[in-house]
Design a binder for this molecule. Structure first.
Ligand SMILES: Cc1cc2nc3c(=O)[nH]c(=O)nc-3n(C[C@H](O)[C@H](O)[C@H](O)COP(=O)(O)O)c2cc1C
Length: 365
């Protein structure tokens, strides 16, 4: 997700890190350890008299003026090196076939070579109609990445929106990280004014608070993605990279902050009440019930990254089947709460228990 600064061969190092950014989450345990999303503390109330048939349930939603067949976003992951194009290609096949949205991974690497650009371009080639979002790091913006450069990223994949990812936790722990965020809000504001497509601001697994979301809304973000704690841990990924490089202080930081962040359900409680722009729920969502719970908590759509990656590296068919099942699980939840469309799902009754209920009580002022 981040870009190098003082490496001897920045291009080669960037490609290596892009590959590791997929290989480590795929082959090592970098999910949250004891932390969870807190979605398990959201209890949807069962409706024994739903008065509708499963077949008549409509899961379609509108997000930033785009119609999705279901409230599912394939969240931002990859690109930037030739082998990663295959993954973006497969993710895009699923997004197109099922009428969903997709975000590519941090894209600055795509400006380095044609080969790297191709690994992003394939997404639009395979998904000519789907909602597709470009991606740039907030840290890059803070360091002065030009608006013109961001326009190139949007043009590269004819993107419908531009995502800015915020990853202060990752920058803190990454061996070559640059925890430089001063000025990021005004850069986001400038981008929102000049880029010509909606700007979506997201975290990458540590969650957005209501204060952060409000600032982003004021700065001009068209949507936010809470991407909270409970799923893929970027502190975990960087802990492993730091250990491999024998950077001891970073490895220790990674251990300490592995489970740092705002659980996804708590982030949604905070953010959906605070802002008027659409909110995406993501971070540790692992089935259709999780996505449905995010909608009930006020999200417009739910995003998933790691579960999509695991299937995308096998084949587009395996991924499509998985996402079809996922949509089936959302539909199943809607049936059981008696919601025939997503508008009704949003109004489903729920009870919050345990630490999530405590979080809500202490949310104010
Ligand atoms: C392999 C991988 C690579 C990722 N790369 C990016 C990225 O380049 N840009 C970004 O905005 N988020 C990136 N993310 C973060 C995800 O979009 C998402 O916010 C986070 O992983 C939480 O979702 P999950 O628990 O379903 O994986 C990445 C996630 C994974 C698993």
């Amino acid at each position: 997700m981040t870009e190098p600064s003082q490496a001897e061969d920045p291009k080669a190092q960037l490609v290596k890190r892009k590959l590791e950014g997929v290989e480590i989450p795929l082959h090592k345990q970098v999910q949250a350890r004891t932390a969870t999303t807190y979605l398990e503390y959201v209890h949807l109330i069962h409706n024994a008299v739903p008065e509708l048939n499963l077949t008549e349930i409509d899961t379609s939603v509108t997000f930033l003026k785009h119609q999705f067949s279901a409230p599912v976003l394939i969240d931002a992951m990859t690109g930037g090196a030739a082998p990663l194009g295959k993954i973006n290609g497969n993710l895009a096949i699923a997004a197109e076939k099922l009428g969903l949205g997709m975000a590519v991974g941090s894209q600055r690497a795509g400006l380095v070579s044609d080969e790297a650009a191709d690994s992003f371009v394939i997404a639009r080639r395979n998904a000519p109609n789907a909602f597709l979002a470009a991606n740039i790091g907030g840290a890059q913006l803070a360091k002065g990445f030009a608006i013109e450069g961001a326009k190139n990223l949007v043009d590269m994949i004819k993107a419908d929106a531009l995502i800015v990812h915020l990853n202060p936790l990752q920058e803190l722990i990454q061996p070559e990280g640059e925890p430089v965020y001063k000025g990021v809000l005004s850069r986001i504001g400038e981008l929102a004014q000049k880029i010509g497509v909606p700007v979506i601001v997201k975290e990458v697994g540590a969650g957005l608070s209501k204060e952060a979301a409000l600032k982003l809304e004021l700065a001009g973000a068209s949507a936010v993605n809470v991407s909270g704690l409970g799923g893929t841990s970027w502190a975990g990924v960087e802990q492993i990279r730091a250990e491999e490089r024998d950077v001891k202080n970073k490895a220790t930081l990674g251990e300490i902050f592995w489970d740092w962040g705002i659980p996804t359900a708590a982030a949604l409680l905070e953010v959906t009440k605070a802002v008027e722009i659409p909110v995406i729920g993501s971070g540790g969502l692992r089935n259709g019930l999780d996505i449905a719970k995010c909608i009930v908590l006020g999200a417009t759509i739910g995003g998933m990254a790691w579960p999509m990656l695991k299937r995308a590296v096998i084949s587009p068919e395996v991924l499509v089947k998985y996402v079809e099942e996922l949509i089936g699980e959302i539909k199943g939840t809607m049936f059981l709460v008696g919601a025939k469309n997503v508008e009704e799902l949003k109004k489903a009754r729920y009870v919050l228990t345990g630490p999530l209920a405590e979080w809500r009580q202490q949310r104010s002022p």
